[in-house]
Design a binder for this molecule. Structure first.
Ligand SMILES: Cc1ncc(COP(=O)(O)O)c(C=O)c1O
Length: 460
């Protein structure tokens, strides 16, 4: 016996429609072959739309960017007819690149499903498939975070995780987090995020004690400083810490990378003090040698909660059985749209089976190619550019000794020259790149690096 839906999705007309759509995408995206300047005839309208949009949304956009609706891998066409390399991908979201023709089938499956959205009261069978894949992948090296709760933003995935921790550890009400971390922009996460400007005028929601992040040039010193800071705060507020939310690779701060021994030293203190361990992987998911950064750092046995988002299209909170919530604590109307869910399944299939992971996987190859160019540039222009260069598909660089004004000006000039990057962090400010891993080619990296160097040489 088949359900009506099974018959529907296997209808040859639907396969035919998918093939036609895929072919149409390929035919049209062939016209996007490289960086291109805006069409002067479109420019005035484009700028007027941007201006109106900026006014109506209550603030101008960072870049003069409005996509036209088509792209070709790492290339994206804007509505002014210009074509640019997208090496920031909506801050780490468009993992598949632009107009990925191979993905057409998954997108169509989502688009023709009976509802636009799925939610916690009613969801389709694909949600169960997605949760199963995520759960198995998260636990494959022995982690106990087998429960997976879907939602629609990284901040919400973090909020849900924090709620589970507070409920389990009640009445403990404080958190640990890393200095300069970013956790999202809800009222709760604004107080976890270590940036005063992002919570200006907001009432305090959570008390957070900050731990200095790992410093590669002072391995032992940073372990000692961090554990000392943690023990001091525990001594000051005995029994009051419920959890430690760890951004294992600090994305918004400029792709700073942690270290296993360092994390383990802090986790040991947490375990001794009944403090839950939470890995915020909203940005790092699918960007290191392993699907999860906690797997890359071999913290499988230690994590109680994990949050993912961005590349996964659907966001999720993973938790151990002993962090299961009481009824009513977490739920949202939406888990994600049907296309988000079918796309997420497609992306996970590609990344886990397509040779991307592992020490010699495609992600590492992309990193090495990028790093090779940046090393050469740093040798040629030592006063303008230096590392560290980040990790895997989270590449970053420090320009002009981290000067914020010059760094911003560089990102704007690079945009004009045809590449989307983004600023990150402060003191030092950095420039970062989140590549469209499933679509980017080595020659794209070569071309982008040539444009980075051109832009650097244009700046004093
Ligand atoms: C580490 C981290 N956590 C949480 C978030 C918040 O995710 P979202 O913007 O989807 O709410 C981000 C977003 O940049 C992030 O980088």
């Amino acid at each position: 016996m088949k359900t009506v839906a099974q018959g529907f999705y296997q209808d040859p007309r639907i396969q035919q429609a998918k093939d036609l759509l895929r072919d149409a995408i390929i035919d049209h995206q062939k016209n996007l072959t490289g960086v291109k300047a805006a069409d002067p005839a479109l420019k005035d309208d484009y700028l007027a739309t941007l201006k109106k949009f900026g006014d109506q949304r209550g603030g101008a956009l960072f870049y003069q960017y409005l996509g036209s609706g088509i792209g070709n891998g790492a290339l994206v066409e804007l509505a002014d007819g210009s074509v640019k390399y997208d090496f920031i991908t909506g801050i780490g979201v468009h993992y598949m690149g632009h107009s990925n023709a191979q993905m057409t089938g998954a997108l169509v499956d989502g688009a023709i499903s009976n509802t636009v959205m799925n939610g916690h009261l009613q969801q389709n069978v694909d949600s169960a498939r997605l949760v199963d894949v995520l759960s198995q992948e998260a636990c494959k090296y022995g982690a106990l975070t087998k429960n997976v709760f879907l939602c629609t933003s990284g901040a919400m995935a973090n909020e849900n995780g924090i709620k589970l921790i507070f409920q389990k550890r009640s009445p403990a009400s404080r958190l640990f987090a890393f200095e300069k971390c970013f956790a999202g922009r809800t009222l709760g996460m604004a107080w976890v995020t270590d940036k005063a400007a992002y919570r200006q005028g907001l009432p305090k929601t959570i008390d957070v004690d900050y731990i200095p992040f790992y410093c590669e040039s002072d391995h032992q010193g940073s372990i000692e400083a961090a554990t000392r800071a943690m023990k001091k705060a525990i001594g000051r507020f005995p029994g009051q810490h419920a959890g430690f939310i760890m951004e294992l690779i600090q994305g918004e701060n400029g792709s700073w990378v942690g270290n296993t021994e360092y994390f383990e030293a802090l986790i040991k203190v947490c375990k001794e003090n009944n403090i839950s361990v939470f890995a915020d992987e909203v940005q790092s998911f699918a960007r290191t040698h392993e699907l999860f950064a906690f797997q890359h750092f071999k913290l499988d046995k230690h994590v109680d909660i994990v949050a993912i988002g961005k590349n996964s299209q659907v966001c999720a909170t993973f938790f151990t059985d002993d962090h299961k919530p009481k009824p009513g604590l977490i739920s949202q109307t939406f888990t994600g749209s049907s296309t988000q869910i079918s796309s997420s399944l497609w992306i996970l299939d590609q990344i886990t089976k397509g040779g991307y992971l592992g020490k010699d996987g495609k992600i590492e190859q992309l990193h090495q190619r990028f790093k090779g160019h940046l090393d050469k540039m740093a040798a040629k222009h030592p006063s303008k550019i230096k590392g560290p260069w980040g990790i895997g598909a989270m590449v970053a660089m420090t320009l002009f000794e981290g000067d914020e004004t010059k760094t911003k000006s560089f990102t704007m000039k690079l945009f004009e020259n045809g590449v989307l990057s983004f600023m990150a962090g402060s003191a030092p400010a950095r420039v970062r790149f989140l590549m469209p891993v499933l679509a980017v080619k080595m020659e794209d990296i070569d071309n982008v690096c040539a444009l980075i160097e051109k832009t650097l040489t244009e700046m004093e």
